[in-house]
Design a protein around this ligand. Sequence first.
Ligand code: SF4
Length: 439
Amino acid sequence: MTDIRYITADIKGVLLGKGHPLAVQSMCNVDTNDIDAALRQCVSLHEAGARLIRLTTQGVREVESLGAIKSGLLSMGIRTPLVADIHFSSDAAIAAASVADKVRINPGNFHKDHTLARARFKEFLSVCREHGTAVRIGINHGSLGERITGLYGNTPTGMVEAIWEWVEMCRREHFENVVLSLKASNVPVMVQAYRLLYERMLSEGTVYPLHLGVTEAGNGDMGRIKSAAGLACLLREGIGDTIRVSLTEDPVKEIPVALRVAEYFAGGNNDKYLTAPGVWNISTGTMEEFITDAACAIGPALLDRTLDDFTLEGCVSGKELGPERIGEFRDDILQATRRKITRCEYVACPSCGRTLYDIETVFNDVKRRTSHLKGLTIAVMGCIVNGPGEMADADYGYVGEGRGKVTLYRGKEPVRRGIPQEAAINELISLITSDGRGN
Ligand code: SF4
C-alpha cells in the first residue's frame, strides 16, 4: 500500500491539516469597500474567536480595500489572515493573490471557455506561489455548471469530479498550499460529497485539508441544527480541518456555534450524552449549547440511517426542558437530516458585501408567511450574481437585485423581475398561490 501524504496548508501562520487544531472561521457581510465597517466587523470576529476571516471581493477595487483592511488590522496588532472570496472574475483572483492571505475561488467560473479558464488558473497559481498565498478551491452543489451536470448529474459525484480536475492541475503545478470545499445546503448531499472526496484523496494518496460547511443553512435553531449535524457527521470520522457555520444573521453569532461544535469533538468522546441505545440526556448552560450539542450527538446517526427515532431529555441552566421544546427540536433535526419533512424547507444565504437589503428581516418575514407550506423549498438570496445559481433545488426564490428591487424565481426561472422590495413578499405569496401550492 502506498503511503498517504497529508498536506498542510499554511495561511500566513494558521496551519490546516492533519495534526493541527480545527480552525473556526467566518465571513464579513458588510461592503468590503466600506473599510471602517469592515474593519469593525473583522475586529469583532477576531475577538469572538475566528481564526480566518473572509471578505467578498468582487473586483480589483475590493482587492485594494482588502489591502487597506489588512493594514488596519495589523496596525491594531491583529494578524488574523484575510481570505478574498472571488466569484467569476479571474482578474480579481489574480489581483487578490498578491494581497490576501488566502483566495477562495471556483476556477470553473473563471471563463466560459474551459481552456481559457485553465490558463487563467495556472496564472493565478503562479502569483499565489510568488506571494505565499493559500488557495481554497470551493465548489458548491448549486453551481456545478452544465459540463459537469451533463456528465454526472447534480450529484455528490459530480461535485467531486468538478473539483478533482483543479486538484490535478495543482498537483501538476506542484502547488500544495490548497484547501478544498464541497458545500451544499442539503445536509445529506454535503456529507456524501465530502466523504466521496475524502475517499478519492485517500485512493490517490494525497489528502488536502478540507473546509467544511453547510451552505445557505438559514437562521435560528434550524440553521444551527443543520450546520452542527452535517459538520458532526464528518468531524467524528476525522474529516475536516476548518469549519464555518453559515447563518443568515450577524456573522459574529456564527462563531460561538462553530466553537461549540469544535469543542464537542475536541474531547474525543463523541457519545458523552448517550445513556442507552437511542437515548440522550443533555445538560448545558444555554439553549444554543443544548441545540448544538444535541445536533452533534444525534445528527450523525439520523443522517446515516442507523437511527430512526430517539429519546431526548434536556436541561438548560438547571431547568428541565418540557416536551414541547424537545418536540420542536425533534421536528427540526428530523427535517434537517431529511428524515421527516413536517414544514416548509428554507435555503437562505448568509449574506455578504453583495447583499444590498436587510436579508435577515426579509427572511424572517418570508418564514412567518410560508411556514405552513409543507413540502415546498423557498430560497431567500442576497444577490442576483450568485443567488440564482446557489438556490439549489428550491421551488421558489426571492433574490435581491439591488436598488430596492427583487426578482422572484420559480425553480431556476426568473418569473417576476424588478419588483419593489416593499411588495415582494406579497408577490411571492401570490405566485405560490396562483400555482395552486399556497395551502
Ligand atoms: S448569494 Fe448571498 S452570500 Fe452568496 S454572493 Fe450573493 S449575497 Fe453573498
